[in-house]
Write a protein that binds this ligand. Structure first.
Ligand SMILES: [Zn+2]
Length: 77
């Protein structure tokens, strides 16, 4: 493991456990691990909140591949 990975591990939060709010009072997906990857025991930095439109689901931070996978599942029903 590189020192860069170790730094990331300390820096990022777990969605639903940690609450990281930046100085501008906003919450950024990049401050968290991907929710889906984390449940699969992988630590991947999240990139986006999804869904970002109101589907009666609370947006959760995901990495791009997971978000795309979920979006395709929704489209295919
Ligand atoms: Zn992911």
């Amino acid at each position: 493991m590189t020192s860069e990975n170790e730094a990331l591990e300390k820096k990022l939060g777990f969605w639903g456990i940690d609450r990281i709010v930046r100085e501008d009072n906003k919450i950024y997906a990049e401050d968290y691990y991907c929710f889906k990857c984390y449940r699969e025991s992988k630590k991947v930095r999240a990139e986006v909140f999804w869904p970002n439109i109101d589907l009666d689901i609370t947006p959760v931070p995901y990495c791009k591949p997971c978000k795309d996978e979920l979006a395709i599942k929704i489209i295919l029903g």
